[in-house]
Design a binder for this molecule. Structure first.
Ligand code: BES
Ligand code: MG
Ligand code: ZN
Length: 490
C-alpha cells in the first residue's frame, strides 16, 4: 500500500471513512466543525449513548447510508494539554482498524497544529500503513483484501510531500523486513537472503559484494564458519554499500545477525526454548536489509552506509562444531565454544572485525542475540549497549521519535570475568545471570579502539505472537525505522 496524502479542508473532502480525533472535555464544542455537514445533535447523542468521553483508547463509529463518507469514526485523544505523539500513533492504529476492508480514501482530521505538522503526519501515516500489513504469501488461496487506497490528512496547510515520500520508503523497508522474518527457514536460506540483498542493491543502486565459503576462509573467518559448518547450506556473507552523491562526512556500518535458523547446534534447543520460532533469528539482518532498501531510496546526503550480514544456519550434522571446540576469529582471537547455542556472537565477531576494517566512524549491530534480553525487557523494548554516550543518545532519540523503544543497558567490564577461558583467549558463553550483558561484552572484544559502536538486542521485539500498536501478529520489522531515522538525520 502506497500512501498518497492530500491536504484538504473538511468541506471539500469526500471519501469512504472519515476519522476525527476528539479531546476529553466539551465534545459538543469540538463537533461544531462538522456543522452544516452532519447533524450535530444526532452525533452528540450517539457519542453519549456509547459512553464516549474522548479518553485515549476510546473509539466510536457510525455507519452512514447513501453518502460520503460511508463511515464516521471518532477517536479519543485524551487531555488536550497532555497530548503526546504516541497518543496520535495509538489513535491512528485504532483508526486503521476501523478502516480495514474499506475501499476508497480515508480522511484523518487530527490536531496537527499541536506538533510540527510534518512530525505528526509522519507518525500517523506510518502507523496507519504499517497496521494494514498482512502476510498472505504462503496461503494457496488468499482472501482478496480491500483497504483504503489513499489517506487524506485534513487540515494541514504546509507542503509535506517530502515527508510522505520518506514515510513510504520507510514503511516499504519495514514491510520488507517483516516478509524476510516471516518467511520459513526452508524458503529463506542464506542463499535466498543473499539473492534478496542483491535485488535490493540493484533496485536502489547500491554497490554489493557477496562472499562465499571460500572467500570467508581466505579472510580467516573461523568463528563465523564454525557456526556454518554444521549445516548442509552454504553460508553467504553479504555486504551492500550506499554511497551518497557529493561530500562524504561520515561512514557508518550497520551489521545484522543473519541466522536463517538456529537449532542451537549440539546444545540443541529443547523444552521452552522455542526451536520452532528460530526462523526469526535473522531478524537483525532483515532490519539491516530493510534499512538498506529505505536508505537507498531516500538517498540521504553526507553519510556513506555499509550493510553487513554474515548469514548461515546453526544446525547439527557430523561436521558440526562440538561443544568445547576452540576456533579462531579473523583477527586472531581464539574462542572456546562452550555452548553452540551462543552462535550469533560468533558470526557477529567476524562481521564486526570485517566492519572495523572498513575504518568507519560508527558501527551499529542489531541481533536477536539473547533470551536473557527478552526476560529483562519483554517484547516491546530492545536492549541498547554502546561504548559512546553520544551515539547511545542519538539512537534513543531516533527510536523514540518513531515509536520504537530502546533501553540502555550496562557494559559492565567486570562481568568479562565470566567469559574467561582456561585454554583460549575467551569463551563464547558466560553465566546465565546477566547473559545479555556478557553477550554484549563478547561483541565489544571485536571492536577496534576509536570506533563508536552500539549493539541492539532485538530478541524480544523482533516478533510478536499477538501483535501490538501498528504491529500485526508476527514479524514486526523492529529497528528499520530507528536505523533509517538515525542514518538520514545526523
Ligand atoms: N537466537 C538465540 C537468542 C534468542 C532467544 C532469540 C529467544 C529470540 C528468542 C541465541 O542464539 C541463543 O540461543 N542464545 C542463548 C545464549 C546462551 C546459550 C548463552 C540464549 O539466550 O539462551
Ligand atoms: Mg542460539
Ligand atoms: Zn541465535
Amino acid at each position: 500500500m502506497q500512501i498518497s496524502v492530500k491536504n484538504k479542508n473538511l468541506r471539500d473532502w469526500s471519501g469512504s471513512v472519515l476519522v476525527i480525533g476528539i479531546f476529553e472535555g466539551d465534545i459538543q464544542l469540538q463537533l461544531e466543525l462538522l456543522a452544516g455537514i452532519f447533524d450535530i445533535a444526532l452525533l452528540t447523542s450517539h457519542l453519549e449513548t456509547n459512553d464516549f468521553s474522548g479518553k485515549v483508547g476510546e473509539k466510536v463509529h457510525l455507519q452512514i447510508l447513501g453518502r460520503s463518507p460511508q463511515k464516521l469514526v471518532f477517536i479519543g485523544l485524551g487531555d488536550t494539554t497532555k497530548l503526546m505523539l504516541n497518543d496520535l500513533r495509538e489513535g491512528a492504529v485504532l483508526a486503521a482498524r476501523e478502516a480495514f476492508d474499506s475501499e476508497g480514501s480515508m480522511g484523518v482530521l487530527f490536531p496537527w497544529e499541536q506538533f510540527d505538522s510534518k512530525i505528526a503526519a509522519k507518525a500517523v501515516t506510518e502507523s496507519i500503513r504499517l497496521s494494514f500489513f498482512k502476510d498472505q504469501r504462503f496461503q494457496s488461496d488468499p482472501k482478496p483484501r480491500k483497504q483504503p487506497i489513499a489517506i487524506d490528512l485534513i487540515g494541514i496547510s504546509e507542503n509535506i510531500d517530502t515527508t510522505i515520500k520518506e514515510v513510504n520508503s520507510i514503511c516499504a523497508g519495514v514491510e520488507l523486513a517483516r516478509e524476510l522474518v516471516g518467511a520459513p527457514p526452508n524458503e529463506l536460506t542464506p542463499e535466498c537472503l543473499a539473492k534478496k540483498a542483491i535485488q535490493i542493491a540493484k533496485e536502489f543502486k547500491l554497490e554489493y559484494k557477496i562472499l562465499n565459503r571460500k572467500d570467508c576462509e581466505k579472510e580467516g573467518m573461523g568463528a563465523y564458519l564454525a557456526v556454518a559448518q554444521g549445516s548442509d547450506l552454504d553460508p553467504k556473507f553479504i555486504h551492500l554499500i550506499y554511497k551518497p552523491s557529493g561530500q562524504i562526512l561520515r561512514k557508518v556500518v550497520l551489521v545484522g545477525k543473519g541466522l536463517t535458523f538456529d537449532s542451537g547446534g549440539y546444545n540443541l534447543k529443547v523444552g521452552a526454548s522455542k526451536i520452532e520460532m528460530m526462523k526469526y533469528d535473522m531478524g537483525g539482518s532483515a532490519s539491516v536489509l530493510g534499512a538498506a532498501r529505505s536508505i537507498g531510496e531516500i538517498a540521504p546526503k553526507g553519510t556513506e552506509v555499509h550493510f553487513i550480514v554474515a548469514s548461515c544456519e546453526n544446525m547439527v550434522n557430523g561436521s558440526a562444531v562440538h561443544p568445547g571446540d576452540i576456533i579462531k576469529a579473523s583477527n586472531g582471537t581464539t574462542i572456546e565454544i562452550n555452548n553452540t547455542d551462543a552462535e550469533g556472537r560468533l558470526t557477529l565477531a567476524d562481521a564486526l572485525i570485517y566492519a572495523c576494517k572498513l575504518k568507519p566512524d560508527v558501527i551499529v549491530d542489531l541481533a536477536t542475540l539473547t533470551g536473557a534480553c527478552v526476560i529483562a525487557l519483554g517484547e516491546q523494548i530492545a536492549g541498547l549497549w554502546a561504548n559512546d554516550d553520544m551515539l547511545a543518545n542519538q539512537l534513543k532519540e531516533a527510536s523514540s521519535c518513531c515509536g520504537e523503544n530502546l533501553w540502555r543497558m550496562p557494559l559492565h567490564s567486570s562481568y568479562k570475568e565470566g567469559l574467561k577461558s582456561m585454554l583460549a583467549d575467551i569463551k563464547n558463553t558466560g553465566p546465565r545471570a546477566g547473559g545479555s550483558i556478557t553477550a554484549a561484552l563478547f561483541l565489544r572484544e571485536f571492536i577496534e579502539e576509536g570506533i563508536s559502536w552500539a549493539h541492539i538486542d532485538i530478541a524480544g521485539p523482533c516478533w510478536s505472537d499477538k501483535g501490538y500498536g501498528s504491529n500485526p501478529a508476527g514479524a514486526t520489522g523492529f529497528g528499520v525505522k530507528t536505523l533509517v531515522n538515525w542514518a538520514c538525520n545526523q
